[in-house]
Design a protein. Sequence first.
Length: 254
Amino acid sequence: MTARGRRPAVTTAVADAVAWVTLSRGERRNRLDLEVMQGLADACAAIASDPQVRVVVLQAAGRDFCLGLPPRVAWPPASWPDGVAAVAALSQPVVAAIDGEARGWGFSLALAADVRIATSRAVFSAPEVRDGRLPGGGLTQRLPRMVGAGRAMALLALGERLRVREAADWGLVGDVVPPARLARAAAARARDLAARGPVALRYAKEAVHRALDLPLEDGLRLEHDLYVLLQTTADRREGIDAFLARRPPRFDAR
């Protein structure tokens, strides 16, 4: 509980190399007010410095994932921490478990993750332009990179609701599951990722994200440099030894 007797806006629990980060203001539909933004930033800072965490699952309490900023906040004040950017900056892969609506900056928060699993009733929307405002949280940048400029512009300009099946067709969502199975599906995906080489996972994420801002030749050089670095790690040696011994690898992120 907080000093004022309320539960934290964001909670974190770590088990079996997976950090479960939960937006816990379901009664407010998990809007990104100062407390939630601060909670996300603090959670991500703790996760970034925890060598035991290999995968992060971002989930939300209540009926909606996140309805974006509070009603009377058009843009977060400069004094607020950027919780969306903090999620995007994590070196570990992030799985977003999405139920209900992800709207505006909440849509941005979902796109800050690397893998998205959503329920059959999930919906994404960005009504800001329709209401005379500008989308934020990186939405105008990440969305076109994922679905193309034409689709992104149409969605942002019209402010229409994107249903989960279409989001899956566009590649924004990997798996669509019934609401009752969301936590189980996210846990299964997190376990699968956590069992893989953690250094290789981080390098793969770095290569993909940094390459978006690089010419192809520079991106290929980055890929090669990261490959060379990976060969010097104990995890790479363990992967080879486990393969030769026909046993599961035991990675320790070194």
